[in-house]
Design a protein around this ligand. Sequence first.
Ligand code: HAM
Length: 428
Amino acid sequence: MGDKEYYPPRGLRDIVGREAYVYEYVFNEFRRISRLHGFQPVLPPTIEYYRLFEEKSGEEIKKTMYVFEDKAGRLLALRPEVTASITRIYLRKLRGEVKPVKLYYVSQCFRYEEPQFGRYREFWQGGLEVIGVKDVSGDLEAAYTASRFLDALGLKHKYIVGNVAIHRSLMKGYGIPLDVQDHVLHLIDKSMIDEAVSVLKKYSIEAGMAMKDLLSRSIDELESFIREYKDVLVDVDRVVFENERLIGFITSLRELGYEAVYDPGLVRGLAYYTGLIYEYKAISSKLRISIGGGGRYDGLSTVYGGPYEYFTGLALGLDRVILALEDGFSLSRGLDAVIILSTDIPLSYGLRIKSLLEDYGLSSMMVVVGKIGKGVRLASRKAARFALIIGRREYSSGSVSVKDLSSGVQVEVSLEALPLYLYSEAKT
Ligand code: HAM
């Protein structure tokens, strides 16, 4: 390449070295815990038709989408999120499954945003979606699974919880058009409360006043708010149901030992939410932005031509989870062993040792060297735990010289005893 340097496009990253290991570790933990909680994997395509996101993504996300035409003139987009794809995939492929259908994914998403700390143009989401559960148990099972994953990483976190059902029902009751409702929620999401209220007041003074009132209520005052506005609110029964869901969600999370607070100003950037919404924040981290978010999107299936169905779910921003972990996180293990083979030993011998170790979940790398000392130096530069030396003497006696690179102690161990020896030593 000469002296010309090639960079990835702005906002995109090359993830290598220790960071790449951390990413892999976090992805695997997310998958492991999701499966333990009964979620099944799904791998949606990275590129979708633009129109999949067009209607229900919300203003902010639509503005930041990578949209392009393919060679056949189809209007496509790099996915900015995965929930729309999940709904589409459910309708196309999973409708016949026994409900509830519970899915997880680890997928990269793309948003053309201004890059800054914790905000990238390509980032990774670990998502959980529950299909076919009407009551709060579905919301809780997804949220709790995400919490167990964060707990497994040692990341203290809290929930900020809201409920857009009241906001929407109120605006509908005052006859506010749907696109204006979306815009008002977008303004509230940006903490532009005064602007949101004045947009509403253009349509109805009372609507503006009522929204201001709603945004000032605590969770204990929501029931009385619903009573006071029952003649305006559309579908009061559903609003009451969603309010009970909100309270049930917060109560259960608190019983499980998590911090969960109600925020009337939380509306989230996506337009498909119909009720409960929440965000995850890392506690005692320099990262102030959300590390994840989710909520109810009942009926999104009808937007894609399917029957009405219950949906709830969330996505964690895995890049942000990793940032929030900072230095308080160490990989449990790097490379266990470097197998050092002198040049006159059959390669198959070294490779067979690799498979012995693999059976015990021990990782290894093999090098062939003229001088053993060179191999040992390389093993310590690779930060391996052990150097396994096989010269002529070890080969003919069916043994391996094991050098513990942290203590410097070297012992000769027979091939049969090797895996168990390493396994028990690696644990100390
Ligand atoms: P979202 O809040 O737009 O929700 O994104 C979820 C998470 O992705 C955010 O909380 C954040 O951690 C991460 N994230 C978003 N944008 C960026 C970025 N530019 N750089 C790094 N991380 C980012 C959704 O996408 C919904 N689909 C979540 C959901 C699933 N709702 C129901 N099911």
